[in-house]
Design a protein around this ligand. Sequence first.
Ligand code: DGY
Length: 323
Amino acid sequence: MKVFINKRIPEIGIQMLEEAGLEVVLPKNADLSHDEWLTYCKDSDVILNVGQNKYDEGFFEQFPNVKAIALFSVGFDSVDIEQANQRKIPIGNTPDVLSRATSDIAFLLMQSVARRASYYFEQVKSDLWGDFDPLHALGQELYGKTLGVFGLGRIGFEMAEKCKKAFDMNIIYHNRSHNEEAEKKLGAKYVSFDELVNQSDVLSVHANFTEEHSEIFDESVFKKMKSNSIFINTARGGFHNQKHLYNALVDKEIWGAGLDVTNPEPMMYDDPILKLSNVCVLPHIGSATIEARNGMAKVAAENIIAFSKGEKMPHCANPEVYK
Ligand code: DGY
């Protein structure tokens, strides 16, 4: 069975696949063009996909040889799951192993924005250290404030737990269903979307992206948020309208924003939002730790090995294919 990996992953994953007797195809060129990528897909049984290549109806029609896809990500918004289901193609993903690392980034962005770290770092780099000024560019403390989590799954839970432990924050959340563990352990309270928006001091997005939620955080929502509030997005840039976010920040409808994902992504280096002092932007590095990436490589390999043995993938985004 031929497994095409489009970008080098931690060695542990490659080793596991090879030890399982699978043929691993790993192009030398780290940045394949779209056409090169298609050529490799044509010749593969399984794809271990790194990055946001799209797997839609057109792809599945063109490459009936592809029998399974193992994503090197927890998010599976790059795949048309309905189309995969129709063709009984299991889509593996990598939950859990990156929850800590990704929630660390949400926590880091929250604090960075609350204490204006990007602004001050820019000042230092621009030789504008300045005298001690009791009133200049003050941050805000997070103790006892309200964290609103949009999408309280594994990563949202980790973020909520950190905020509870570090700052004794009140946790409210909006989700498809109740998260009983969070309610029990963290005293998290389920609220409507409007309540989440109205009551959060920090609103952190952790949901799985679907088109139904495309740009759900738009001007009408930012207008309803508290003027001291901080918007954090470490999930997918598609959740927010970035122009509207920019306007909300400039008009001081909200206090600041921390983004590890942008809309569009990647964003332009001269996007005006980057000029704002109350914004911190990172280039989608939620899972970028040695531990998380090794974990992702292992889980992706486990998914493929299980598939190659005719077993269920242990982490499958569309388990309905097995029914
Ligand atoms: C994920 O795992 O979904 C990360 O956002 C990387 O795409």
